[in-house]
Design a protein. Structure first.
Length: 184
């Protein structure tokens, strides 16, 4: 019998259509706010790559794109609190308007650190667009300018989000069964 990733999910939290509708809504807001600014949109990899691709297609204004890999998790499911920039953006940001695109705002530790680093490099402005936010897990407050959905403290995967590099390719977001990640 073939393995089906859906068997590892408790439930589907956001359908493909719900995600598409939210991305269109966010894209319209970002288009309006950045119409004459040519922002640099920075995707925080790996989790945000699906959201970032869909979001940039929904923005009807000039923009540039770059990528960073930043981690405070290592191989676990909880933040270590120590942030590392693994891959930095490749273009100068002095005087640029930045829009950071993230898959999920959890503890806030990584994004707070990242925003401080980018501001210190001379960015004109920095705004944050996150698909998901888990306020119950917050250790450091981070201002979110564009929010997809607020969610409870559940382990979600799909639409770019992973557990142990799996489930990113699911076209929706589901809640992972605790038995899969040793949560209960």
């Amino acid at each position: 019998m073939a393995y089906d990733m859906r068997d590892d999910l408790e439930d589907i939290y956001f359908t493909e259509q719900q995600l598409a509708d939210k991305v269109a809504e966010l894209g319209a807001r970002i288009t309006e706010d950045y119409r004459d600014k040519n922002p640099l949109i920075v995707s925080v990899l790996k989790g945000s790559y699906v959201f970032m691709a869909d979001l940039t297609r929904a923005i009807d204004a000039p923009c540039n794109v770059d990528f960073m890999v930043v981690s405070s998790y290592g191989v676990g499911t909880k933040t270590s609190g120590e942030v590392q920039i693994i891959k930095d953006i490749s273009q100068p940001i002095d005087g640029r308007d930045l829009l950071i695109v993230e898959d999920i705002l959890d503890s806030g530790v990584t994004l707070h650190y990242l925003m401080q680093v980018l501001k210190a490099r001379g960015a004109n402005s920095i705004r944050l667009c996150t698909l998901l936010s888990k306020p119950a897990r917050r250790k450091v407050e981070v201002k979110v300018d564009y929010l997809g959905f607020e969610i409870p403290d559940a382990f979600v995967v799909g639409y770019g989000l992973d557990y142990a590099e799996r489930y990113r390719n699911l076209p929706y977001i589901g809640i992972l069964k605790p038995s899969v990640y040793g949560g209960a």
